[in-house]
Design a protein around this ligand. Structure first.
Ligand code: FCA
Length: 327
């Protein structure tokens, strides 16, 4: 009797130890293309909260190019991770990333930027969380059109800077969503100028926008769209550098992280008029949690989740952030 009791007790203890050791054994990677960008820092911050709540280890890696992505994945494999989430520096790395993940026996999910096949079509097998890019772009366009009307500008006298990064499908959907609303409201197509950025950051957008402004020095009023806040901030900085007044510029970004907030906090309004705030909580916390559920409990995540955004201006961004639970 004593022996059986002891054995049962020991067994119970062993089972308990095995389950609690398991969550602690789960290791999940979170690879992002631009670790210095506030959006990605916020994603990591919320992923960390999921890790703390569930007791798994989160390995955060910045990978700015294809080589770094490859070594990051090998590194995760060597560390005994079971899966990772990635926002890749180049969606065309898709088939290579899928192969590398499989070779290292790692589950794979993508966030923000969806992997594509060699023919440019999305890799639908890999679970992805992105933003509803066209809809969010349309919200940018609506905000700009409304403000053009409020300021009483004649659309014939307004130029639009299309800060573009056309190799990234979500970037095309975002800017085209915005421009479709402008055109529908009567914005002349001939006044839309492409400013292709070499990288999705403010500096690249500033350089590209400066070229457009210098070539079209006769235009008095400007608006700007781009894939994120950094792109639009680049256009805003470009207008400032050529002496266009803040009230002659309407830039509306996408993101709502510190890049936008720091701009809203400036004592005087700049040409950065607004942003569509998207949710780093959903993109960081929820993706990490979904990966954990997949690894620990075999629960496969949904193949495609598209998240919404909410327009915010200088005077209401704090409330919008609160509503989205991202204070
Ligand atoms: C892309 C952009 C980021 C962010 C994210 C949701 O990855 O580069 O700035 O907008 O989508």
């Amino acid at each position: 009797m004593g022996f059986i009791k002891a054995a049962i007790l020991a067994g119970t203890v062993a089972v308990f130890a095995a389950t609690s050791a398991y969550a602690a054994d789960v290791k999940i990677g979170f690879i992002v293309k631009q670790p210095e960008e506030p959006w990605f820092q916020d994603e990591w911050k919320f992923a960390d909260i999921a890790a703390q709540e569930k007791g798994f280890t989160l390995v955060k890696i910045g990978a700015e190019d294809g080589e770094k992505v490859q070594s990051a994945i090998d590194n995760l494999g060597a560390q005994g991770a079971q899966g990772f989430i990635i926002c890749t520096p180049d969606v065309k790395l898709g088939p290579g990333i899928v192969a590398k993940a499989a070779a290292n026996d790692l589950k794979l999910m993508t966030v923000d930027d969806r992997l594509v096949n060699a023919d440019g079509s999305p890799i639908e097998d890999v679970p992805h969380m992105g933003i509803s890019a066209t809809k969010i772009g349309e919200a940018v366009g609506e905000t700009i059109v409304e403000e053009i009307k409020k300021r009483g500008w004649d659309m014939k006298d307004v130029g639009a800077i299309r800060v573009s990064y056309d190799q990234l499908p979500t970037a095309v959907d975002r800017v085209e969503g915005a421009l479709s609303v402008l055109k529908a409201a009567g914005f002349p197509e001939a006044n839309i100028f492409d400013a292709p950025q070499a990288k999705t950051d403010t500096e690249a957008a500033l350089n590209a926008s400066t070229v457009v402004l210098n070539k079209n020095a006769g235009i008095k009023h400007w608006v700007a769209v781009g894939l994120n806040d950094e792109a639009v901030l680049g256009a805003v900085r470009a207008t400032e550098s050529v002496g266009i007044a803040a009230d002659s510029m309407i830039g509306v970004g996408i993101g709502g992280a510190d890049s936008a907030i720091n701009e809203f906090k400036k004592p005087a309004a700049t040409g950065f008029f607004g942003t569509v705030i998207i949710s780093p909580k959903r993109h960081g916390y929820e993706t990490a949690l979904n990966m954990f559920e997949w690894v620990a409990n075999g629960k496969e995540p949904e193949k495609l989740i598209l998240t919404a955004g909410q327009v915010a201006l200088r005077d209401n961004y704090e409330q919008v952030r609160k509503d989205l639970g991202i204070e």
